[in-house]
Each structure stands twice: as structure tokens, then as C-alpha cells.
Ligand binder design. Structure first.
Ligand SMILES: [Zn+2]
Ligand SMILES: [Zn+2]
Ligand SMILES: [Zn+2]
Length: 358
């Protein structure tokens, strides 16, 4: 009985799913697919100021600005610690505190289906609250004042930036009812076996589903996701990369991995098979973590990825964008030499608020 109280106004996950589709279309400034370059203004702030106010509902629906379809929305691009990172006074963190447009949320994506009025979250980060607001605002009916929870969540691994946002689906917060959560069997064992996550399972706030290696599953109609293991510091769980396939295009998501050489699959081939690749861009080069040996920490260096994938990207190939940037990464600064090198090589730095058709 008591738990009922926490399903607020019947607006648990089930409430979110029952939205009537297609009442009006999101006209936030970043739609459709304003997906390159970094403006001075944080794209999320752009969507918020002026506040998103629904137009008076027209009798006849205007022509859709473009077929809404399914898209991947970038909700965050920073490494697990965020930007600014707590307790850090490096140049980038100081700048992020002065200029909200320079700050970034922790790496995450939403698979948005505007027609169905729902989204699937990829990663549950410590920034999940504003990230769910951002995703919900892009959906019909998701304007100011409403709240749309995801219809499911996909997780890559058990490092703090990638799963701890799950806590907001629990008893003290949204108290969802059997929200599907897809992760590897080892990640699911970790969640089942350790509090407070085990409580989410016990109270059936979340419903854990195993991602089978290299076998596609459909987290929402029209989308197929395939998980595959990648080498990483696997203290609590193994780590997955994801291939996401929509009706129109394919996206590769590998936010966290050891150097490319340590993976048995050639990254070139994985990237060749997709239209957009969002890849681990934690560090641009060596020397970005004073006092710590980068070789111990792992991660491919952006500098090396530019060389390794040069041929793939230059031949009218897929877009390759770096995500999961560490707070000290010089490529965060649009005016930096490192950013210039990325651009000159035909690569990009992913930005919060970018959207790709799927
Ligand atoms: Zn991470
Ligand atoms: Zn910093
Ligand atoms: Zn990690």
C-alpha cells in the first residue's frame, strides 16, 4: 500500500507510455539535427530559454517540419566525473563554472521516438535528472511542466558515470514499475547482488534483462541494439559497446574501452559498418593526468585514433565523434590546437544536444 503513494498521480512509467502520439512537434532550436559546431550557448539552455511553450494547439496540424522518425539525442559527453569535476580547479573546470555553455553532462544518449512519444535511455548517469528532462522536452507533450520517464534503460558497465542514476527509479524517487533495464549478465548480477541496487530489483522498480553477446534485441519498436564486450577495467562488471540500428541508419557507441590494440576486433571494421560512431575520447594525448600513468588507466588516445581511423573517415565515410571527454582534455576547448587537429582530420567532438537520425 505504502509503495503506491510513490507512484505520483499515476505518472509512473506506465503513465508516460500512454501519451497520445503526434499531437504536436517539438520545435526546440536544435531540431532538426543541428548537429555540428559548438555555439557559445549550451544547446540545452537554448532549448530552455525562452521556455518551451506549446503553441496554441492548432485545429489542423501543421506540416511536420521533417519526418520525425527515431533519433539518437546526445544527453552528455563528459567522462564519469563530469565537467566541471567536483573538487577540481583545472583550467577547464574553472571555465565550466564561469560559463555554463562550456560545462558538459556525463556521457549518455536517448533513443527518441517522437511518433510514439517515448524514449530509451542509454546509460543512467549521475546527471540523469536533467538528462531525462532534456529527453522528455523533445517529445510531443513533453513541454514545460510535464515529466516523461524513459520506457527502458540500456547500460554498458558498472562504473559510476554509467549506472548510478538508476537510483532515481527507486522507492525514494520515481518508483517505477518494472522498468526494463538491459545490461550484460555480469552487470545484472552486480545489480542484483549489491545494495542499494538490489532493492530496485526486489521492489520490482526495474526489470533486469540480459544482453546476449552479439545478439540483437529491440528496446523499442523500430530499433535494434547489439551489445558486444570490449576490454576495460572490469572491477565490478564486464563492459559493452553497442551497435544501434534504426530504419535509416546505424550508430556505434563505445564510450569506454582500453586502447584499440587490446581489443580483438579491428575498430576500423566496426566503424566502417555504421553511419555515425561515438567513440571513447577520454584523453587527447599523454600527460593529461598529472601524477598518474595513462597506460594504467587505459583508453585509446584521440591523437592515436585520428591516425588509426584516418582512411575510414576520409573516404566519405562515417562521422566519427569523440565522447566521454575527461575534464582536463584540451580538445574540450573549441579554440585549442587539439580541436583544430580533430577537425582537420575530419573528426568531431560530440556536443550535448546533438541529434542523429536513426
Ligand atoms: Zn566512463
Ligand atoms: Zn578539472
Ligand atoms: Zn568505465
Amino acid at each position: 500500500m505504502k509503495r503506491r503513494r510513490f507512484i505520483r498521480n499515476g505518472l509512473g512509467a506506465a503513465g508516460a507510455w500512454s501519451l497520445a502520439p503526434g499531437i504536436r512537434f517539438d520545435r526546440s532550436p536544435s531540431f532538426p539535427f543541428a548537429a555540428s559546431g559548438r555555439s557559445d550557448q549550451n544547446p540545452e539552455d537554448a532549448a530552455r530559454i525562452p521556455p518551451h511553450r506549446p503553441d496554441p494547439v492548432p485545429k489542423q496540424r501543421p506540416e511536420a517540419p521533417t519526418a520525425p522518425g527515431i533519433t539518437a539525442l546526445v544527453l552528455g559527453t563528459a567522462q564519469d566525473g563530469g565537467l566541471p569535476q567536483p573538487g577540481c580547479a583545472c583550467g577547464n573546470c574553472r571555465r565550466a563554472r564561469r560559463d555554463p555553455g562550456f560545462a558538459r553532462k556525463i556521457t549518455s544518449l536517448a533513443l527518441l521516438d517522437r511518433t510514439a512519444g517515448r524514449y530509451v535511455l542509454i546509460e543512467a548517469t549521475p546527471d540523469i535528472r536533467p538528462q531525462m528532462e532534456s529527453a522528455g522536452r523533445r517529445l510531443p507533450g513533453g513541454g514545460e511542466g510535464s515529466a516523461i520517464l524513459p520506457s527502458g534503460v540500456i547500460l554498458t558497465h558498472a562504473h559510476i558515470g554509467h549506472y548510478t542514476g538508476l537510483m532515481f527509479f527507486g522507492y525514494e524517487a520515481a518508483s517505477t514499475r518494472r522498468l526494463p533495464v538491459w545490461a550484460s549478465a555480469s552487470m545484472n548480477r552486480f545489480l542484483r547482488g549489491n545494495g542499494p541496487w538490489s532493492q530496485l530489483v526486489k521492489l520490482e522498480n526495474i526489470d533486469l534483462r540480459d544482453i546476449s553477446r552479439d545478439r540483437a534485441f529491440s528496446p523499442t519498436p523500430g530499433i535494434e541494439v547489439t551489445g558486444f564486450p570490449v576490454p576495460h577495467r572490469d572491477e565490478f562488471s564486464d563492459t559493452l559497446g553497442l551497435r544501434i540500428r534504426g530504419p535509416r541508419s546505424r550508430l556505434l557507441f563505445i564510450p569506454d574501452i582500453q586502447r584499440w590494440e587490446e581489443w580483438e576486433r579491428p575498430i576500423e571494421e566496426e566503424v566502417r559498418g555504421v553511419d555515425v560512431a561515438l567513440l571513447d575520447g577520454t584523453f587527447f594525448g599523454p600527460g593529461e593526468l598529472p601524477g598518474r600513468d595513462l597506460r594504467e588507466i587505459g583508453h585509446p588516445l584521440i591523437r592515436d585514433t585520428l591516425t588509426r581511423l584516418a582512411a575510414v573517415v576520409s573516404k566519405n565515410g562515417p562521422r566519427v565523434l569523440f565522447t566521454h571527454l575527461n575534464h582536463g582534455n584540451p580538445a574540450l576547448r573549441p579554440e585549442s590546437e587539439e580541436r583544430r587537429r580533430i577537425k582537420a582530420a575530419g573528426f568531431e567532438v560530440a556536443e550535448d544536444g546533438m541529434e542523429f537520425p536513426l
